[in-house]
Write a protein that binds this ligand. Structure first.
Ligand code: CA
Length: 225
């Protein structure tokens, strides 16, 4: 269940937001001033934060600025302020979205859903998974149950291609032209060697049959490794 932190000092508004989001199936935690909110945000694992601007101790701007030094949890700012300048400042500070008071509860829910969805998409675009393998596109690594596989750049790229297109059969020419970037002249040794090395490395981690040979056609990910 996704967990939302509500930082809002007006108790009625906080309660109303919490109740509405709970009815939509989210778990919520409430904070009633900037200091408490920041502390909770830094020490908890939240999927999204709703943040009021006018707060005791630390203002919402300050909470957001400090929060962004440490984490990128989506933040929806809620405030009575509706000056364009403020909106731009908040987006610059790292808010993901902005709702002005008085707000419509239906709109609040729609914004929460859309921000959570966008965040999930970004997360999934950063990683590809297959069985127990996790490919991290940012770190350019592939791990099997937390153990990083020791792959060369070309082997990594080959696995990335297979994982990006789990149903595709790659001919040797496909692989050569995509990974090495030149015209394939029929010398398949380089492909065979890389496939063989990759299989050996995967096997060392207990993954025997991840890359399947499709006779006469090429290679693809094995659907039932
Ligand atoms: Ca307030």
């Amino acid at each position: 269940m996704e967990h939302i932190l509500i930082i809002e000092d007006e108790k009625d508004v906080n309660r109303l937001l919490a109740q509405t989001l709970k009815e939509e199936g989210y778990r919520t935690t409430s904070a009633f001033d900037g200091m408490e909110g920041l502390h909770m945000a830094e020490n908890g694992a939240f999927d999204l934060i709703m943040l009021d601007l006018m707060l005791p101790y630390f203002s919402g701007d300050e909470v957001l600025r400090r929060l962004r030094e440490k984490c990128d949890t989506p933040v929806i700012v809620i405030s009575a302020r509706d000056m364009v300048r403020t909106k731009i400042d908040l987006l610059t500070l790292g808010a993901d979205d902005y709702i002005t008071k008085p707000f419509d509860l239906g709109e609040v829910v729609a914004r929460v859903v859309s921000n959570l969805r966008r965040c999930r998409k970004e997360e999934s675009a950063k990683q590809l998974t297959y069985g127990n393998l996790v490919l991290d596109r940012e770190a350019k690594t592939i791990s099997a149950e937390e153990t990083k596989l020791d792959l060369t750049a070309k082997e990594y790229r080959m696995m990335e291609l297979f994982l990006e297109h789990p149903n595709k059969v790659f001919s040797k020419a496909n692989l050569y032209e995509t990974i090495w970037g030149g015209e394939y002249l029929g010398d398949d040794n380089v492909i065979k060697t890389h496939i063989s090395n990759l299989r050996t490395k995967l096997k060392a981690y207990g993954y025997e049959n991840y890359i399947e040979t499709v006779w006469g056609l090429g290679y693809r990910l094995n659907k039932n490794p």
